[in-house]
Ligand binder design. Structure first.
Ligand SMILES: Cc1cc2nc3c(=O)[nH]c(=O)nc-3n(C[C@H](O)[C@H](O)[C@H](O)COP(=O)(O)O)c2cc1C
Length: 197
């Protein structure tokens, strides 16, 4: 999706190299969903386990953008497998979950960086909901996507169909640590741990 000559990728790699370690533990938007800098560029992202959040923070700090965390009104379960099942049902039925908050003044932005993980081979349902709730006509839309090893799926055609009048640009895609892999490794380890009762 990108090359090292891509300016967006280069900016993010530079930010990654100079970002303080503390940045990686930062939780965004402590005071709410939106962090404002007065920029005409917005980074909006959804993240469950944090991979996409790290990239969102890097773009936000590197380019001085506003930052918005996309959250569902009803949180997904903490349990990974329950979330996978709920996401599968929502994908198959075309359900768009309610947003916890929307961007009230989207008209002030000319560029939207939109970040999300791949869920079930596509963009998560909450991303479809976010796109349906905001008018992106005429705006530059730059996706940044993380996945667990199976690639972008049909996520880019979801962006094109849900934001048909946006100028969809090539974005950034990266394989990132899978919560499932961590869960399996930890469960295997826990099975072998001897605990005195
Ligand atoms: C519900 C769910 C479904 C997922 N489906 C896929 C998938 O279809 N293909 C894939 O490569 N990774 C899949 N993953 C892995 C995530 O895309 C990957 O770990 C991503 O980096 C997580 O980003 P986050 O930490 O920002 O939430 C899935 C993860 C979850 C929680």
């Amino acid at each position: 999706m990108t090359t090292d000559h891509d300016p967006v990728r280069r900016a993010m790699m530079t930010a990654l190299a100079v970002a303080p370690l503390s940045a990686f533990g930062e939780t965004s938007n402590a005071g709410g969903e939106m962090r404002r800098t007065g920029s005409h560029m917005l980074v909006a992202y959804f993240s469950r386990s944090g991979n996409t959040r790290v990239i969102a923070g890097l773009i936000h700090r590197s380019l001085g953008t506003d930052l918005f965390e996309i959250r569902p009104a009803s949180a997904y379960p903490d349990d990974y497998l329950a979330t996978v099942e709920q996401a599968r049902q929502e994908r198959d039925s075309g359900y768009e979950p309610a947003l916890a908050a929307s961007v009230s003044d989207m008209e002030r932005y000319d560029t939207l960086f939109l970040g999300f993980p791949i869920w079930g081979g596509t963009a998560p349902p909450i991303i479809r909901a976010f796109l349906s709730a905001h008018d992106l006509a005429g705006k530059t839309l730059i996706p940044f996507v993380t996945h667990g090893g199976y690639g972008l799926g049909d996520s880019q055609s979801v962006l094109a169909s849900h934001a048909p009048e946006a100028r969809l640009r090539q974005g950034f895609v990266m394989e990132a640590d899978q919560e499932r892999r961590t869960m399996n490794r930890v469960n295997d380890w826990l099975e072998g741990v001897e605990i005195k009762q």
